[in-house]
Design a protein around this ligand. Structure first.
Ligand SMILES: NC(=O)c1ccc[n+]([C@@H]2O[C@H](COP(=O)([O-])OP(=O)(O)OC[C@H]3O[C@@H](n4cnc5c(N)ncnc54)[C@H](O)[C@@H]3O)[C@@H](O)[C@H]2O)c1
Ligand SMILES: O=C(O)[C@H](O)COP(=O)(O)O
Length: 627
């Protein structure tokens, strides 16, 4: 195999002559105009819209560089080697004999830069500057074929080409010309640094990075899998910071502002490796059955009841959420709503907008000294407890598990006890199915007359018909409801509820966690967890896989084995490692009721047969190798 690689915007992130122009024209009075002109001429040449020799002559006469400028250019270019080239140094070392750098740029700056990855001067084919006695460039050696139109083609035609396959990697039209002349098996358009649609249209394939080329041709590569092949689908308008983080990691990201229904999701999920959702998207077993490549699901919210966690676990799909990134936002809304409802603000506000003056202290109260009953003393419930006490409320709570009472709050021994005590009942239970209709007509009957109910947890926790009856009858003085049994999929769909139009009732469109602060926190938090799982295998914080926090790999290949939790799997893994004499550098194991997760770091030299045999262990759910 012979791999022909272009230099400007391929081996390095930039065009050498453009950068040389910036350096050489630093003090020039018409610097900006000249730089723009140089860049424009470069682009025209790259797209095949201006002959190469004309573009070269024009640019050199505009730049008029000196030797010292070229020395500075070399130092800058060394820092601009394309990241995927830099990280795949091993390929350049092991395949040095198979690589040629062919460029219409200049040997004077190409040679020292490609030498950084071990490429010798004999493997470089490029132009050569001509200097005057003072060191200024006065032209270039026109005897070199690369100085002319179709230069790369002419150069290759002059060679005794080997019988092996020839691949060209480059970003410009002149690279494609080699393939067009029948001198190469394929032309790969390199897209890590520039996107020239016209050039892409000529290419056999577009390479988002060198990893993709190495993966396609089974060559040694830094990563076990090219990141550009990882497709991320983000739904429900997750914060743009998440898009940025995934893109910076090199993944392909699609970002939609709405949820998708079951059928739409079935169509889309097949090729997706990472799915990001919020509370609306229902990730049922029927949808997940279509997910062929899904590695991880990010719930960009707290609740995960919308996801079939059991199914994900059995398929080895890791689910991560943001367990406390929007906690404070929910608590602040609950506090504000309590105050509004205690003062009858919803009705007074509506009246004032309609031109009616409702000044009265009747049925208006401070929250200070009132009894707040918190149902579900988790992250939100506990923080609400602290803030409510600071405002002078007397706090009671009920949780199905023992919880440390914060401040002066008091634990109730049953829900009924809490309902009978509280002036305000605020629901903060999680979305487990048993909590459906937890607050029904019977529960409301146990509440104090004139009490207030807040639901910012999950819509199905409250029987909304019973709540509507209680408001109409005056049993309850008011309610704030943020979550509903049926919620629209997007802002474009209509919203209907039996609670609409009732007095002293605040209805909000599930925005308890929808603040800039919370969404940005979540947008940073969830991608970090997922990327750590993909790159290192760390499951710490996963809501369904056994939690393991792993050290960084040191000179090792990491084998990740997820299997059904039956006796003897670890023994089987270790006997295969022994059989193939793999040197174990570290091993970690954690199980839950359903699955086991074994991570083994081994020395890089091992027999590939080991991998196939590990994959073939019965009960294996998922197997990955990281390096
Ligand atoms: N409205 C919003 O935008 C919004 C934002 C964030 C969270 N939420 C929802 O708020 C709820 C609470 O979130 P969190 O972060 O505090 O969760 P959490 O898991 O930290 O706490 C939930 C608590 O509820 C308790 N619990 C469960 N069922 C119970 C029951 N029947 N009776 C008493 N206690 C029970 C659990 O033991 C746990 O302590 C979740 O449903 C979450 O999805 C809504
Ligand atoms: O579970 C949550 O965090 C809340 O219900 C918020 O969900 P959202 O991100 O869909 O607003």
């Amino acid at each position: 195999m012979l791999v022909i690689i272009d230099f400007d915007s391929t081996f390095t992130r930039v065009e050498g002559l453009d950068l040389l122009a910036e350096i050489a024209l630093q003090e020039h009075p018409a610097r900006e105009e000249r730089l723009q002109l140089v860049r424009r001429i470069t682009e025209l040449g790259m797209n095949g819209e201006l002959s190469f020799s004309a573009s070269l002559k024009e640019r050199l006469s505009l730049i008029r560089p000196h030797r010292r400028h070229i020395e500075r250019l070399v130092e800058r270019l060394k820092e601009e080697i394309s990241p995927s080239f830099r990280r795949n140094e091993r390929f350049f070392q092991e395949y040095a004999a198979n690589i040629r750098i062919i460029s219409s740029g200049f040997r004077e700056f190409i040679e020292p830069v490609v030498a950084m990855l071990g490429i010798a001067p004999e493997q470089v084919f490029a132009n050569r500057f001509l200097f005057d006695s003072e060191g200024y460039v006065i032209g270039y050696d026109e005897s070199i074929p690369l100085a002319h139109d179709q230069g790369k083609v002419k150069l290759l035609q002059s060679w005794q080409l080997p019988d092996e396959e020839i691949y060209v990697i480059g970003d410009g039209y002149t690279d494609y010309e080699i393939k067009a002349a029948g001198l190469a098996n394929a032309f790969y358009a390199f897209a890590e640094n520039v996107h020239r649609q016209k050039v892409f249209s000529y290419a056999d394939a577009v390479l988002p990075s060198l990893d993709e080329f190495l993966y396609r041709h089974k060559l040694p590569m830094r990563f076990s899998y090219p990141k550009n092949r990882i497709k991320v689908l983000l739904l429900e308008g997750v914060h743009p910071v998440a898009v940025k983080i995934f893109q910076e990691e090199g993944y392909q990201v699609e970002h939609l502002t709405t949820a998708l229904d079951e059928e739409e999701l079935k169509q889309r999920i097949g090729e997706v490796s990472i799915l990001g959702i919020r509370s609306k998207t229902q990730l049922t077993d029927r949808v997940l059955a279509h997910a062929k490549r899904l590695i991880a699901v990010g719930a960009f919210c707290i609740g995960t009841n919308q996801i079939d966690l059991d199914y994900c676990t059995k398929r080895g799909i890791a689910v991560f959420n943001a367990p406390y990134s929007n906690t404070r936002s929910v608590v602040e809304l609950a506090i504000g709503e309590m105050i509004m409802l205690m003062r009858g603000i919803p009705d007074k506000n509506k009246a004032a907008h309609a031109g009616r003056w409702m000044k009265s202290a009747k049925n208006s109260h401070e929250i200070r000294g009132k009894k707040l009953g918190i149902v579900g003393y988790g992250n939100i419930g506990a923080q609400l407890s602290v803030l409510a006490e600071a405002l002078g409320m007397e706090v009671y709570f009920f949780d199905i598990v023992d919880k440390l009472p914060l401040g002066n709050s008091k634990a109730c021994s049953s829900l009924d006890e809490l309902l009978a005590i509280a002036d305000v009942v605020s629901l903060h239970v999680d979305g487990r199915p048993e909590n459906r209709n937890m607050i029904d007509a019977a529960a409301i009957a146990k509440m104090k007359d004139g009490a207030i109910l807040l639901n910012l947890s999950r819509g199905f926790v409250v029987d909304v018909n019973a709540l509507a009856d209680a408001i109409r009858s005056g049993k309850l003085r008011g309610a704030a409801v943020d979550v509903f049994p049926e919620e629209p999929k997007s802002n474009e769909e209509p919203f209907e509820s039996v609670l609409q139009g009732l007095p002293n009732v605040i209805l909000t469109p599930h925005i308890g966690g929808s603040t800039q602060e919370a969404q940005e926190n979540i947008g940073n938090f969830v991608p970090a967890k997922i990327i750590d799982y993909i790159n290192r295998g760390t499951t710490y914080g996963s809501v369904n896989l056994p939690n393991l926090q792993l050290p960084a790999q040191q000179q090792a290949h990491r084998l990740l084995h997820i299997h059904h939790n039956v006796p003897g799997i670890l023994a089987q893994i270790n006997s295969l490692l022994a059989k193939h004499e793999a040197n174990i550098l570290g091993q970690y194991l954690k199980t839950n009721e359903q699955i086991g997760y074994v991570i083994t770091d081994i020395d890089k030299d091992y027999n590939q047969a080991l991998i196939n045999e590990l994959k073939s262990i019965p009960q294996t759910i998922r197997f990955r190798v990281l390096y």
